[in-house]
Write a protein that binds this ligand. Structure first.
Ligand code: ADP
Ligand code: MG
Length: 694
């Protein structure tokens, strides 16, 4: 692919051969994942300016979603709390002004000049009685009269140094040069059945729509393609894997699991029983199980995992439980290993912190099969640990565990259970975890008291602390959660370490206060956690390090500082650390001074809602999938057109079509599937997400 192509431009021609793209621009484009002309065609707008909704500035009212035009009167940038930058501008037209605020977008100041004519869009909110738009999308009003009422104008994801206008021109040029080469991989009947556009029409519709409806219809087709390609890709992959025989096939289960459950002193919930039945069925099949187990915090996923692991161990194979943090691994080990021992099973804890000699010993035990159950961190399996006969891998609390990692794990033919406490809607689960079967623990153990959740202002903190003090003196235990470990420079955001120092000397003096955060050494963390568990510490000043899995039933109070900094799903997870015993529990969300109404409304939902699914859905709507799944960086979120939440029908349709195709033709070898196969091959090379699965 080096050197200029011989005959003109093609879909796979490197983008630098397009007029207007030099070495510098092609560098910038590559940052957006664009290297060929086809990539340019597939660089889809994330939204549109709708010129038809352009309204005069003087008619703008708070609460409206508007696009307005005006001149930039003023532009300033300053540092604000949390080390962030705030760029403020004033838009002016016919004697009326509107304030514009961009958070954390210092580049806006460099991009704009006072005096420029802009088109700006966003929701108008009121701040101190004045209308403003926060983080408005903007565009220079076009000098050469391109501004046409009625035609939506695409807005593309950009990178610094590249402007909307240039990108739009490049996409247009690429379109004119190579669009005719586009082939539609979908059979005609599908298009009719599903009522979707042809590929070429769809791409044209998203890049050059005459109406928003057209742009939407184009998006819908491309969204289907994304959903379908994922389902096919993963489907092919899954078939390859499941043709791999399971390393262990359960013939029958012994009595150890029954003894284990009896010792626990409670009855499994209906949901736990149901999921265990499904798992047992899977484990007795010839092919390896790959299952996602979703369950809200406290739904009792550990019991399910342990029973499955005991079945495996009892049948003469080995089982692994991997936790995302050292703390959690140690906690699991501390609880479970003694119970396993009682059953006559040999277990071990293996983490990054395990001393070398002990480590060697454990590795030997895993190799010769004398250790049947090992608990550790996620790194455990990746470090070339050898097993005598690995039967089951359980990955705990891990929604941030990519397709590639899962595929790597399943190489060994072991059964796989991935457990996640961030419940996500089915359509999203079907896309992001398309390679897994889905089980849901939709019932909580009985007798749980919901955590009373309050939302309060920072100004009430003193009073809250006094109450915490009284309750702790009466024997309760409290978590005080802070967003950061250390005070960052120029920020007034209270941090865990600083708060710890202050609180211990101040309002909580004389009480046993401890500090726990992610940057501490594993041993220190473990000591602190134990001390808190045993009640030697009664107040734990901490960070989100306790978000996953930490289980101290005696803790009944949680104060989350700067609550607006956390996602709803994350707050729900945090809140799940209290209310684990029989005592009533409280979670107090402390909102920082000056947060806006939307942030307050968002937090308020937590005070009314205890349903992890609902909260996760809300998070998805507001913060996007990347945030929820921990795929923040560009290129990691695998979809441009698809919104798994809204496109439920497309996702289901894609899944059933893909299943039907693969059922009859698992390797896509038939003539009628040739174009699909080519297309997939092609995508595999082009998209980081897909290639990671390969
Ligand atoms: P999670 O799904 O969040 O991982 P855990 O497995 O940690 O939940 O369980 C939360 C708590 O509930 C633990 O203390 C556990 O012992 C308890 N538990 C689990 N299942 C039951 C049950 N069926 N009845 C009563 N308590 C249960
Ligand atoms: Mg758990």
């Amino acid at each position: 692919m080096n050197g200029p192509p011989r005959r003109g431009l093609h879909l796979d021609t490197p983008v630098q051969f397009l007029k207007g793209v030099g070495p510098r621009r092609s560098q910038l484009l590559s940052r957006l994942g664009i290297s060929t002309l086809e990539d340019l065609l597939y660089h889809l707008p994330h939204d549109y300016f709708e010129r038809s909704s352009l309204v005069p500035l003087r008619t703008v009212r708070v609460g409206q979603q508007v696009t307005v035009r005006g001149w930039l009167l003023d532009l300033q940038s300053r540092r604000i709390r949390g080390g962030r930058t705030l760029v403020s501008g004033v838009l002016h037209d016919e004697g009326v002004t509107l304030s514009l605020q961009w958070f954390n977008a210092a580049w806006v100041e460099r991009d704009l000049r006072v005096g420029e004519e802009l088109v700006v869009s966003g929701e108008v909110v009121s701040y101190r009685g004045r209308p403003q738009i926060v983080n408005p999308a903007y565009e220079r009003a076009d000098q050469d009269g391109e501004l046409q009422a009625g035609r939506p104008e695409p807005r593309y994801p950009l990178t610094a140094g590249l402007r909307q206008r240039s990108l739009r021109t490049l996409v247009r040029r690429a379109w004119e040069a190579v669009a005719d080469e586009l082939e539609d991989p979908l059979p005609d009947e599908w298009r009719k059945d599903l009522d979707i556009m042809g590929l070429k029409d769809a791409l044209h519709a998203v890049h050059e729509p005459s109406t928003m409806e057209e742009a939407q219809a184009g998006r819908r087709r491309l969204a289907f393609d994304e959903a379908l390609s994922l389902q096919l890709f993963v489907g092919v992959r899954r078939r390859q894997l499941s043709r791999r025989k399971a390393a262990v096939r359960l013939k029958q289960v012994g009595e150890l699991s029954t003894r284990y459950v009896r010792e626990l002193g409670f009855e499994p919930t209906g949901a736990q029983r149901r999921v265990l039945r499904t798992i047992l069925k899977d484990l007795s099949k010839e092919t390896a199980m790959h299952r996602l187990l979703q369950g809200d915090v406290g739904s009792g996923k550990t019991l399910v995992a342990m029973v499955a692991m005991i079945w495996i161990a009892e049948s003469g194979a080995q089982a692994v439980l991997m936790a995302p943090t050292e703390i959690l691994a140690r906690q699991h080990a501390a609880r479970q290993l003694p119970k396993l021992e009682k059953l006559g099973l040999k277990g071990a804890l293996l983490t990054g912190g395990t001393p070398a000699a002990e480590r060697r010993e454990i590795l030997r035990g895993l190799r010769d099969g004398s250790i049947q159950v090992v608990i550790g961190t996620h790194a455990l399996i990746q470090q070339g640990v050898e097993f005598s006969r690995l039967g089951l891998i359980v990955v705990d609390e891990q929604h941030r565990f990519g397709v590639a990692q899962r595929a790597a794990l399943s190489q060994r033919g072991a059964h796989l259970i991935v457990m996640s406490a961030t419940p996500i809607p089915r359509s999203l689960a079907l896309t992001v975890f398309a390679d897994l079967d889905l089980s849901v623990l939709d019932e909580k153990p009985p007798g749980r008291q919901p955590v009373s959740t309050l939302l309060v202002n920072e100004s009430r903190l003193e009073e809250i602390y006094r109450r915490v003090r009284r309750r702790v003196e009466a024997g309760e235990r409290a978590y005080l959660v802070f967003p950061l470990v250390q005070e960052s420079e120029g920020s007034d955001l209270a941090s865990a370490s600083q708060a710890f120092a202050e609180l211990r000397e101040g309002v909580f003096s004389g009480l046993e206060v401890g500090l726990l955060h992610g940057q501490m050494k594993p041993r220190e963390k473990e000591e602190i956690r134990r001390a808190f568990q045993r009640g030697r510490l009664r107040i734990l000043v901490t960070t989100t390090v306790i978000e996953v899995g930490v289980d101290v039933p005696e803790a009944t109070l949680m104060i989350v500082h700067h609550a607006e900094r956390f996602g709803l799903a994350q707050l729900h997870q945090l809140r799940g650390r209290v209310g684990r015993g029989d005592e009533p529990s409280w979670c107090v969300l402390v909102a920082s001074r000056g947060i806006g109404q939307p942030a307050r409304r968002r937090l308020d939902l937590l005070t009314r809602c205890d349903d992890g699914f609902r909260l996760a859905e809300e998070d998805l709507r507001e913060r996007g999938m990347g945030e929820l799944l921990g795929m923040r960086q560009h290129g990691e979120v695998p979809f441009q057109a698809l919104h798994p939440l809204q496109d439920t029908e497309l996702v289901e349709a894609a899944r059933s079509r893909a299943e039907a195709v693969l059922h009859s033709d698992p390797r896509l070898e038939r003539t009628e599937h040739r174009s699909l196969a080519r297309w997939l091959d092609h995508l595999g090379g082009r998209h980081p997400f897909w290639s990671a699965t390969g």
